[in-house]
Design a protein around this ligand. Structure first.
Ligand code: ATP
Length: 799
């Protein structure tokens, strides 16, 4: 059943004066809470003051103690200050519980009422709990406010008239600063005559959910903490173990639920999750839209929200490839191509960060060597010549090729193979020098060999040769090397067809020879894969400079620098690829196979929450993406939830969108809209001047709604559409069809639907996304290609 707990609940029209009296009662409670908060702020300030004084003692112990105290007090003060505004939002009035046990928050723990709590449909309220963004206890440790994430707050969200538990009345309190503005009640046991302190329980208002949904939208998402619905609450509070998968149509609250879940997990187990929750979002626009939600829930800094194109440090994708190229770059076939490319790129100098390698010759010692890659500084040397024991020893192109092939034989990361290559080169030189024959005594032989190795391998020429012949490759460099169509077709043989090779190579020409230049969203997953395939070689740590505490602790003496052990290296590599404790994937249906691999690497030991809607997928091959998702999640058990109610679109808009859903995914059900506005979508037809039509429609909608207007255009029309709408103010936003994902506006114009649908194989699903962004008004503006009928209804949206 749909979780319309607030909408199903019984609502009573209150007699005059009741509302004011009830608001007054809540005001009194809020005043008490504020007095208590002020006391706590004084306590925190005192603690900081005291801690600062202790710091003056100056011993290392006192310093550490001061730091810890100041930190704790600072966090405390910060939380109190930031959550001071509007943090009390709910109240539940409860029957007597089955047992009389209280939890750590001071509330009774029983979910079910006592057998004798109700007699002849009459009952006395036994407990009243106020719910807020943080918990506040009074001086006697009785709860003034319960944290919304505490178990005692769950009935506020979960109780329905069908399963009310102990809840008789649920109240949403609206306040601003210190002032209570209003209350909205739902009666969950309408059959009861309940009393509180002898007086009959009052019921006020027409439902908090509807009040929340009717508000004008701004450019940022609001939290839904005061009106979370029962089916949403089940997801938010689901145990963190393994994988929680959530599916639901547009507007069912998936993004909101995912963010509230992050806050809930932090509350449940802060030690485990602090700093370790990653939220992967499809676009930077959605990141910007949602990033205020967690701070409004009192969680700042512990959760990283990153767009999928910004997951790799230092790589900010700001470009979209055309659909045919995205399909190639996102496909798991790329893995084979990249594996070949990292090995092949050793012969393409641009893949190295800076061309090294031109070695100078020298004949001034017992040994000299000469890396003869002289044609151009960046060329790979094809000969190595040393003078040893008075004679010349040379490795030619064939020798070097053989050594390289031997070293590259396995699947180890290419950048980590240089030590092995170096060893084989020295072996080959030694063997060619014939020196082994001169020593019959094995000890002398070993000594001579050691000397030979040390002498050669410390010479600058040899180091230069190695740097040129086996350069450290960078992911960007390899990507740039793939822009060479001839080379790419070698690496992609039997994986990509010639047309695909051409498209891929051409799209990478945006980058210069070292891979600098604008990256597309799909390039980023390739870079991440390349980084794994290449490996990050160990670099000895630079001695640390001026650590002020070093002389106090003596730690430097206790821990001298050592070379890295294999285990340390494994740990370091694991750390470098930041691994999160929990990964939340929003709009999961859009991740390509290569992106799943990238995200999977960030959650190898994580628990997961994955929210998405297959009907909104812009990826053309859901089966391939599904397989990559399975691989990223491994064998972890999964728990599935479905969200069934659309809180965003009025029924009139949802019905229209359902027509496209029926074309895009026949048989798929769209979620039930929770409200209707009575305003049907408007159909308009652009005359000869599309720009003027779009502008006119935008002006209409600006007059119709108080909040935002989103204009969704085909990806290729983004730049011109921005010009068409210039000067209309910041309530109007232009979006390419792929950028509309996850966002919402009070009013939306969908421009030339057929063009959006034709943009890619997943175009109909992309159009479905565009049609489901509006909370109040929708205008569909057709062009010629839409074949509109006399009413202006485009072919795609007719019955
Ligand atoms: N319980 C609720 N109370 C108030 N508003 C809600 C509730 N649930 C969802 N909403 C609102 O409904 C809108 C849609 O929510 P959200 O963006 O999380 O949905 P979604 O499932 O991620 O949608 P889409 O798949 O289309 O991106 C938001 O404005 C959100 O605040």
């Amino acid at each position: 059943m749909a979780a319309q707990n607030a909408t199903d609940a019984h609502v009573v029209t209150e007699p005059d004066g009741v509302r004011d009296r009830e608001i007054g009662a809540e005001q009194q409670h809020l005043d008490r809470v504020y007095r208590r908060l002020e006391e706590k702020i004084h306590e925190a300030e005192f603690l900081m003051d005291d801690a600062a004084k202790r710091g003056q003692v100056g011993t290392p112990g006192a310093l550490a103690e001061r730091d810890a105290q100041v930190f704790r007090a600072g966090v405390h003060l910060n939380r109190l200050n930031s959550e001071f505004e509007d943090f009390l939002f709910g109240r539940i009035d409860l029957l007597l519980g089955k047992d009389g046990k209280k939890g750590p928050d001071g509330a009774y723990t029983s979910v079910e009422p006592a057998d004798d709590a109700v007699r002849d449909d009459r009952a006395e309220i036994a407990e009243t709990l106020h719910i807020g963004r943080i918990g506040v206890l009074d001086a006697d440790y009785a709860p003034l406010v319960i944290d919304w994430r505490a178990p005692a707050a769950a009935p506020f969200y979960r109780s329905t008239p069908v399963a009310p538990g102990r809840v008789v009345r649920r109240r949403v309190i609206r306040s601003k600063g210190r002032k209570v503005l209003g209350v909205e009640d739902d009666l969950l046991r309408p059959e009861l005559t309940a009393t509180l302190g002898g007086a009959e329980l009052a019921v006020v208002g027409d439902g908090a959910l509807m009040a929340a949904l009717g508000q004008a939208r701004s450019h940022t998402m609001r939290d839904i903490v005061a009106s979370i619905q029962a089916e949403q609450d089940m997801v938010i509070r689901a145990p963190a173990a393994s994988v929680t998968e959530v599916e639901g149509g547009p507007g069912t609250g998936k993004t909101a639920v995912a963010l509230h879940r992050a806050a809930y997990l932090l509350y449940q187990d802060r030690r485990r999750y602090a700093g370790g929750i990653l939220v992967v979002s499809p676009t930077p626009l959605l990141v910007a839209y949602t990033e205020g939600v967690l701070p409004s829930l009192g969680e700042e800094g512990q959760v990283a929200i990153r767009a999928v194109g910004n997951l790799v440090d230092g790589a900010e994708a700001d470009t979209y490839d055309e659909p045919a190229v995205s399909r190639i770059k996102g496909s798991s076939r790329m893995l084979k191509v990249l594996r070949k490319a990292v090995r092949g790129a050793l012969d393409s100098p641009s893949a190295a960060p800076s061309p090294g390698g031109s070695a100078s010759s020298a004949d001034d010692g017992q040994l000299s060597l000469d890396g003869l890659g002289t044609a151009a500084p960046a060329d790979t040397p094809d000969r190595l010549r040393v003078v040893a024991f008075g004679g010349r020893v040379e490795l030619g192109a064939d020798d070097l090729r053989r050594i390289r092939q031997t070293v590259l034989g396995g699947t180890a990361p290419v950048n980590l193979l240089r030590p092995r290559a170096r060893r084989l080169i020295l072996d080959a030189l030694w063997s060619k020098s014939g020196a082994a024959k001169r020593y019959s005594d094995p000890e002398l032989l070993a000594e001579a060999r050691q000397g030979f190795d040390e002498d050669i391998s410390t010479e600058d020429y040899f180091l230069d040769f190695l740097a040129a012949w086996w350069p450290e490759l960078t992911p960007r460099g390899v990507l740039a090397a793939m822009a060479d169509e001839r080379r790419l077709s070698r690496w992609a043989r039997r994986v990509l067809n010639p047309r695909e090779v051409r498209l891929l190579a051409r799209s990478l020409k945006r980058l210069d020879e070292h891979g600098r230049g604008p990256l597309s969203v799909h390039d980023v997953a390739l870079l991440d894969e390349l980084e794994t395939l290449l490996g990050v070689p160990f670099r000895p740590k630079q001695p640390r400079e001026a650590d002020p505490l070093a002389h106090l602790t003596g730690l430097e003496e206790l821990m001298p620098e050592r070379s890295e052990t294999r285990r340390e290296r494994a740990e370091r590599l694991a750390l470098e690829r930041t691994d999160y404790a929990h990964v939340i994937v929003d709009e999961a249906q859009d991740l390509t196979p290569m992106q799943w691999r990238m995200v999977g690497r960030r959650g190898r030991t994580a628990t997961w929450t994955i929210v998405g809607d297959p009907a909104q997928s812009s990826w053309s091959d859901p089966d391939e993406a599904g397989a990559a998702r399975d691989e990223a999640l491994g064998t972890r058990p999964r728990r599935r939830f479905e969200l069934t109610v659309n809180y965003r679109n009025p029924a009139e808009i949802a019905e229209l969108a359902a027509k496209v859903l029926a074309l895009a995914m026949p048989g798929m059900r769209s979620p039930a809209a929770v409200r209707s506005t009575g305003v049907v979508p408007r159909f308009a037809v652009a005359g000869g001047d599309l720009a003027a039509s779009v502008r006119d429609e935008a002006l209409h909608l600006l007059a119709d709604v108080d909040g935002t207007v989103g204009v969704v255009v085909p990806m290729g029309r983004r730049a011109e559409a921005r010009r068409w709408l210039a000067g209309l103010g910041d309530r109007v936003v232009v979006l390419g069809s792929l950028e509309a994902k996850g966002l919402e506006y009070d009013a939306t114009i969908v421009v030339t639907p057929a063009e959006i649908a034709d943009e890619s194989p997943a175009g109909l699903r992309v159009l479905y996304v565009a049609l489901t962004r509006a909370t109040q008004r929708l205008t569909v503006l057709s062009g010629e290609r839409d074949d509109p009928d006399t009413e202006g209804v485009p072919d795609l949206l007719r019955d």
